[in-house]
Design a protein around this ligand. Structure first.
Ligand code: PEP
Ligand code: CO
Length: 452
């Protein structure tokens, strides 16, 4: 386990390394006070849950599970509402149902929620009409409005992020436990928009087929199937704002090591994944499973070093590599990296994030992604892993249960001209509800083609 090997690691050893993408707080005393406050608050998740997820991820690495990780690019405090949280859960449940049925594999569900409040930015500042202000770094740091006051990093926002995470998790846990996730009641996940969707027929036919199967199994076994208890949602977010992550990292009785109890699956983003820097230093010592974003600039030798650093003992379920190259680059980059990891002799879970390598700007400067490029990268990932005798064990999406118009394409044929209708994301463009469901069907189609 990590604590046996990382002997020179402490919870604050990252502080001696270079930490990229951190805000500059002007009031040190206010920062300390906020961090003390967060440190004193109860954990959001438990070490048992973290260990359970690690086991599930270990199974996924061996092809016995498929990971569905999805949610907002950036959660917002304003989006901490019943509607936003339940709609997101509904679409994740629907996708997960399609994948369970279509891949004939158990799905591990991990939300990008209850803590996804910090964002890396390509520039420290933003200039509009001659005025330059600090960039928006996510609601945990500052506010998105373009005023000097809003953009000033405020440490109290960490306390608010903790509170919003807790409120989100509270609703998710209550819904799942209360029967919302019951396979017997897929109508709970229906979104209004669905009735008019070109995908409605395919989806409802599948739901009917599942119902028939459940009826059949219950009739044959003469037992009522427990369709609620097995459904769990785990949480994940980018472990970007290190002082906050440190404040939520704790020791627990009867277990060795330090757990990040602010989320089940923290990940290290592409902009902060250098082996010698602070984010990898923090991540290498904690007991949680770790996600690592792998982009087109990753070399085979750096990836080998990262695998050995983050998972020195080749612990089952420890490391999930989240590749995000872009539809035009994956064929060139992925095979070499699969072989580099194979050279280490270690087992990792490979999943594909087909969102972040496919971001583009329209002529008027709107950030978007094309459905076809997203699906293209995903299909290539499935093909390449199969050809390399490897296994693609999951997918990572930026999505919302709302009917937004941020990505181009999909069954309804959203065009560039449609983007203005309901573009709400302050950061990256998300798949809307219908595009997300279509993506799940497309994965199934491709997967079946490969595993026929
Ligand atoms: C993200 O997942 O929102 C993100 C910023 O991704 P990446 O680090 O891969 O660019
Ligand atoms: Co993003």
């Amino acid at each position: 386990m990590a604590h046996d090997v990382a002997t020179d690691w402490t919870l604050s050893s990252w502080r001696a390394k270079e930490a990229l993408q951190q805000p500059t707080y002007s009031d040190e005393a206010a920062l300390d006070e906020a961090l003390d406050h967060v440190s004193s608050l109860p954990p959001l998740v438990t070490s048992w849950e973290v260990e359970n997820l690690k086991e599930e991820l270990a199974r996924a690495a061996h092809g016995e599970r498929f990971l569905l990780q999805g949610g907002e690019c950036a959660e917002s405090f304003q989006g901490c509402t019943a509607d936003v949280i339940t709609s997101r859960l509904k679409i994740l449940m629907q996708m997960s149902l399609v994948l369970t049925y279509g891949l004939n594999t158990r799905i591990v569900r991990v939300g990008r929620f209850a803590g996804q409040y910090a964002k890396p930015r390509s520039s420290d500042t933003e200039t509009r009409n001659g005025t330059t202000l600090p960039s928006y770094r996510g609601d945990i740091v500052n506010s998105v409005e373009f005023t000097a006051e809003a953009r000033e990093p405020d440490p109290q926002r960490m306390v608010e992020a903790y509170a919003s995470s807790s409120l989100t998790l509270n609703l998710v846990r209550a819904l799942v436990k209360g029967g919302f996730a019951d396979l017997r009641h897929p109508e709970y996940w229906d979104l209004d928009f669905m009735q008019h969707s070109p995908l409605a027929e395919e989806y409802h036919a599948m739901v009917d087929a599942i119902e028939d199967t459940l009826d059949f199994v219950e009739a044959v076994t003469n037992e009522k199937l427990d369709t609620v208890e097995s459904v769990t949602f785990y949480t994940s977010h980018e472990a970007l704002l290190l002082p906050y992550e440190e404040a939520l990292s704790r020791t627990v009785p009867h277990k060795e090591g330090v757990y990040n109890l602010g989320t089940h699956l923290p990940w290290v983003g592409k902009r902060t994944n250098q082996p010698e820097n602070a984010h990898v230093e923090y991540a290498r010592g904690i007991e949680n499973p770790i996600g690592l974003k792998v982009g087109p600039d990753m070399t085979p030798s750096t990836l080998k070093r990262l695998v050995r650093t983050l998972d020195p003992e080749d612990e089952p379920g420890k490391l999930t590599l989240i590749t995000r190259f872009g539809n035009d680059k994956i064929a060139d980059r992925l095979p070499g990296l699969i072989n580099a990891v194979r050279d280490t002799g270690q087992t990792v879970l490979w999943i594909c994030d087909p969102m972040h390598g496919n971001t583009e700007k329209t002529d008027d400067g709107t950030k978007t992604r094309r459905f076809d490029n997203i699906l293209g990268e995903l299909e290539q990932a499935l093909d390449i892993h199969a050809a390399e005798d490897s296994y693609l064990g999951g997918v990572h999406f930026e999505l919302t249960g709302e009917n937004v118009t941020e990505c181009i394409g999909g069954a309804r044929g959203l065009s560039e001209a449609d983007l203005g209708q309901a573009y709400e994301s302050p950061v990256d463009p998300r798949l809307n509800y219908e595009q997300s469901l279509e993506m799940a069907f497309s994965i199934v189609r491709k997967y079946r083609e490969l595993h026929r």
